[in-house]
Design a protein around this ligand. Structure first.
Ligand SMILES: Cc1cc2nc3c(=O)[nH]c(=O)nc-3n(C[C@H](O)[C@H](O)[C@H](O)COP(=O)(O)OP(=O)(O)OC[C@H]3O[C@@H](n4cnc5c(N)ncnc54)[C@H](O)[C@@H]3O)c2cc1C
Length: 379
């Protein structure tokens, strides 16, 4: 069986790897190449964490996926821990503690006093407690996805540059019909423009901005060995310590304007830089006067309920849609690929299958996805 996979992001590269492992031959095609700057997987860093409120399924996919990332190359992962800053006793963080405890995944519930003692560089105003996931951390995303694409080539797949188009008759690459038994379209934020209208496929593509602030000279308190990745979910901010001296990452996590990933000018807006700095003043005051060292303008590909889409195209036989990462997909790339490859080849996905139809094409009610631009339970 020959399968062509379109899109060498986190979802496409891992689908290609798993198709090879299951005995298919594979061509992996991308218009710009794996880890390109326009893609959603093309940032420096992506968080990998187990906490997902009361949901028990994503934590198991995250743990399974992290093993695969580590096996690909342990240097792709920095075990910074992930710290959730809770502003309520009964919110996402409290549900997460219970769920992780039930699943046996390490999670520490810290009082505000514990937090102050452990990370005095974090101001604790307005917090009720914190959840620390000591085994979570950061994937070096751009490098990781390039490594996954290299692994596809090393394991016998063909990896090449090419531009796909999808018509009512089927899929073309560089204007020629694809000769394959199945096609997987894993085009991330390009899915809406590549596929056009598809019943029950609704993916919004809002601009997102990430601001990096230089840390003060000689001050190591915000570096990855002393500062965890953090999420202030109710405030709509998350971020990461300075990695390789690139600066302290702050992400104001609400949707910008809808964009075309090929065309939008990737410049930070004053609005987001000012919002990030105002947040620093509140939570990381030692950084509030620091200059911006870098910025990154990206986009999410968000479904209404922030669950991914992994399903057969309703109008094109043997064509599969894999996408809708919704701001939390990167970490799950290996499990997405394992599950998608089973569906494409007609294998039993076993315990990889979700307990519900969350990944199916189906009407989805507008949950937090459309409102916030991504899975703010996330990163
Ligand atoms: C700012 C930001 C922060 C995020 N933070 C996190 C996080 O902390 N943790 C986490 O788990 N997730 C996070 N995410 C989400 C995660 O990055 C995405 O869910 C994931 O990378 C999506 O991967 P993908 O393979 O679906 O898409 P992409 O990585 O975008 O890959 C799609 C590929 O398809 C190719 N393509 C598109 N159209 C065509 C065509 N016509 N022909 C050929 N090739 C084509 C593109 O060139 C691209 O390389 C974040 C996303 C953003 C934008």
């Amino acid at each position: 069986m020959h399968v062509t996979v379109i899109g060498a992001g986190a979802f496409g590269t891992w689908t290609a790897r798993w198709l090879l492992r299951r005995g298919a031959s594979v061509t992996l095609v991308d218009q710009y190449g794996a880890g390109n700057a326009l893609s959603s997987s093309g940032g420096e860093s992506r968080a990998t964490r187990s906490a997902h409120g009361p949901d028990r399924f994503y934590p198991t996919w995250q743990r399974r996926s992290l093993e695969e990332w580590l096996e690909l190359d342990p240097r792709l992962f920095l075990r910074t821990g992930v710290l959730w800053l809770a502003r309520r006793e009964d919110g996402f963080e409290a549900h997460s503690v219970d769920t992780l405890d039930a699943l046996g995944i390490p999670a520490e519930r810290l009082t505000v006093e514990d937090l102050r003692a452990r990370w005095p560089q974090i101001a604790s105003d307005g917090l009720t407690f914190a959840l620390h996931e000591p085994e979570a951390g950061v994937l070096l995303a751009r490098r990781a996805v390039s490594a996954a694409a290299d692994a596809v080539a090393a394991e016998g797949g063909e990896v090449r540059i090419g531009v796909a188009a999808v018509t009512d008759e089927g899929v073309l690459i560089d204007g020629r019909p694809v000769e394959a038994d199945a096609v997987v379209v894993a085009a991330g934020p390009w899915l809406p423009k590549l596929l056009g209208p598809v019943a029950d496929l609704e993916i919004a593509v809002p601009q997102q901005e990430i601001v990096f602030f230089a840390t003060p000279p000689g001050d190591g308190r915000f570096d990855a060995d002393r500062m965890p990745t953090w999420v202030d979910y109710d405030a709509g901010f998350y971020g990461m310590p300075s990695i390789e001296g690139r600066g302290f990452k702050v992400a104001p996590d609400w949707p910008g304007p809808m964009v075309d990933p090929d065309r939008h000018e990737r410049r930070l807006t004053d609005e987001r830089v000012d919002a990030a700095r105002a947040y620093l003043r509140e939570r990381f005051p030692a950084l509030a006067g620091q200059p911006v060292s870098e910025g990154r303008v990206c986009q999410y590909e968000v479904t209404a309920d922030t669950h991914f889409v992994i399903d057969r195209h309703p109008g094109l036989p043997s064509t599969w849609i894999v996408g809708g990462g919704s701001g939390h997909g990167f970490k799950h790339g290996p499990a997405v690929g394992e599950y998608a490859s089973a569906l494409v080849l007609g294998d039993d996905p076993g315990d990889l299958a979700p307990p519900d139809d969350r990944f199916a094409l189906r009407p989805r009610s507008a949950g937090i996805g459309m409102r916030t631009g991504g899975d703010r339970l996330s990163r």
